[in-house]
Design a protein around this ligand. Structure first.
Ligand code: APR
Ligand code: PHB
Length: 391
């Protein structure tokens, strides 16, 4: 097979890039190691920056997002039993976020690929990038059953997530990694119950962090901070609801509707960045290059901003023979990635209870919250990062 851009991974990054390039007449092939149902079966986050939503509209896959996604003008931070509203719309000159599940978004991207006859190869095993170091033309190989296949291309884009093959294909002496792992996790539950609140509630409680989120008015998503030794098996639904309710402000605790969990999982919290995000003819985007703790709702949005820069760089290259965007991709993408990293780290430090915190740390966290709730400037900084900084 021959294509212009070979993409590894059919997550939101790979599918969005493929869709946007196809609309500009640039050919792509996406190689995904799992089945389509497996990819669509993963429960992930669901808060979209306004810039990301615009990119979905440009990709012509936004009808359902605009019809079913919820526009949220703000959210609450609960501390010491009181709820403090973060007026996103008021503090950012009208910017908001859309609450729309990543699973639904990925489904819309797939349907966009179907409509345009995009090539997405599933169950592609042993996907391997070759000759991307500038000596000769890049190509990808993969196996379907016993048969080995090859895709010749101009560029390879690794959208294969944290556990993919692309980042690890960059020479060790070139790749620089930055990481911090938090001694806490998030236990998440999806339940077919009405959300406890119209807007999200982030809770800093002495028993630990909690988050009340939603997927729709009949599908709720809740999280409680847990330890890294916790196992899902140790958490019955009753124990989960009891712990969540113990952490909620009184009005929410009194009105929350509980029910059987339809998904329950634990996610560790880590901050990670790999640099550079380009090595010769191999590019990295999304979780393949960076991971954030979910506290700032940046994961999906950081992936989308990578795609924004790479998409425009590829169009400039193929349309005008202008390589500036490709040459500056890593620098531009990383500049915004690090701002997302800072914001996610800051939100994580602000809202969780750390087992290794001393009295000074705890007093500092309290002071940070008091300052936030008493300063419009601090609230505005939080709001502008949450709705998404300009690309
Ligand atoms: N070969 C082919 N496909 C692979 C390989 C491989 N070696 N390794 C991983 N993949 C596929 C995975 O199966 C997955 O479908 O790459 C895809 C990567 O998708 P994501 O992990 O969703 O990463 P990305 O598209 O960058 O989306 C980032 O996902 O995890 C959330 O919080 C994260 O919201 C962020 C978003
Ligand atoms: C979610 O809805 O799953 C969600 C929302 C906001 C976050 C993290 C996760 O910060």
């Amino acid at each position: 097979m021959r294509t212009q851009v070979g993409i590894i991974g059919a997550g939101p990054s790979g599918l969005l890039l493929s869709q946007l390039l196809h609309l500009q007449g640039i050919d792509t092939v996406v190689l995904e190691r799992h089945s389509r149902d497996y990819v669509l079966g993963r429960i992930r986050a669901g808060v979209l920056e306004h810039g990301f939503a615009d990119l979905m509209r440009e990709a012509q896959v936004s009808d359902r997002m605009d019809a079913e996604g919820e526009i949220h003008d703000g959210f609450d931070i609960a501390y010491d039993g009181k709820r403090h509203r973060v007026d996103l719309k008021g503090l950012t000159g009208g910017n908001t976020v859309i609450v729309y599940g990543q699973t639904e978004l990925t489904r819309d991207l797939y349907e966009g690929r179907d409509r345009m006859g995009g090539v997405v190869v599933h169950n592609a095993e042993d996907v391997t990038p070759h000759a991307f170091d500038g000596n000769g033309s890049p190509y990808l190989t993969y196996r379907l059953g016993e048969a080995v296949h090859r895709v010749d291309c101009d560029f390879i884009v690794g959208c294969d997530g944290f556990h993919g093959v692309s980042r690890t294909s960059i020479p060790k002496d070139v790749l620089k990694e930055f990481e911090t792992v938090y001694p806490i996790g998030w236990l998440g539950v999806l339940s077919r119950t009405p959300p406890v609140s119209k807007e999200l509630i982030y809770v800093n409680h002495e028993r630990g962090f909690a988050l009340c989120s939603l997927r729709s008015q009949v599908l709720s998503r809740y999280y409680v901070q847990c330890t890294l030794d916790d196992n899902v098996e140790d958490w019955s639904d009753d124990r989960f609801w009891a712990e969540l309710i113990a952490r909620l402000p009184a009005d929410a605790a009194a009105t929350i509707v509980t029910g059987p969990s339809i998904e329950k999982s634990i996610a560790p919290l880590r901050s990670y960045v790999a640099e550079p995000m380009r090595y010769r003819n191999l590019f990295l985007a999304g979780d393949a290059a960076h991971i954030v703790p979910p506290t700032g709702a940046r994961g999906l949005n950081s992936a989308a901003s990578d795609i924004y820069y790479l998409y425009h760089a590829m169009v400039d290259h193929y349309r005008k023979g202008d390589a500036t965007g490709l040459d500056r991709y890593s620098e531009r993408a990383l500049a915004r990635v690090w701002k997302g990293q800072r914001f996610s780290w800051w939100m994580t430090r602000l809202l969780h209870r750390f087992p290794d915190a001393n009295d000074f740390d705890r007093r500092l966290q309290k002071t940070e919250l008091d300052y936030l709730f008493s300063s419009k400037a601090a609230m505005r900084s939080l709001a502008e990062n949450y709705v998404g900084l300009p690309f």
